[in-house]
Write a new protein. Sequence first.
Length: 136
Amino acid sequence: MEVFKTHGAFSWSELLTSDPKKASEFYGKLFGWKIEVMPMPGGPADAPPYHLIKTAKGGDDAIGGLMALPQPGMPPNWGVYVTVDNVDDTVAQAKAMGGKVLMEIMEVPTVGRMATLQDPQGAVINVITYAEMPEK
């Protein structure tokens, strides 16, 4: 199954943290992850970097990422992304079903369109429609 193209598949995990360097060291040692630092996709040149997470035996495929907290006062947290065929339709459907939109749809160049939703019970999840990726 290609998780970046399969509607409903969990496709990405991401840590928002107060200290990406310390988090990289902690999780790198704990799980044997390789952390690759890169410029923030679609961000301004002075944006804090993004950290790709790769497994030691997984080759060059990233399994997640971590980054600095985007807003002061947010608690550090792990989030997951679910692939959807159309993020606009999914957001509209979630609203119609009583869900809330915590982060409006945004486009990240070379990554995709994403939003953050909250279900009627209060759980939070991210949805994403990935940009077309070039074939390897």
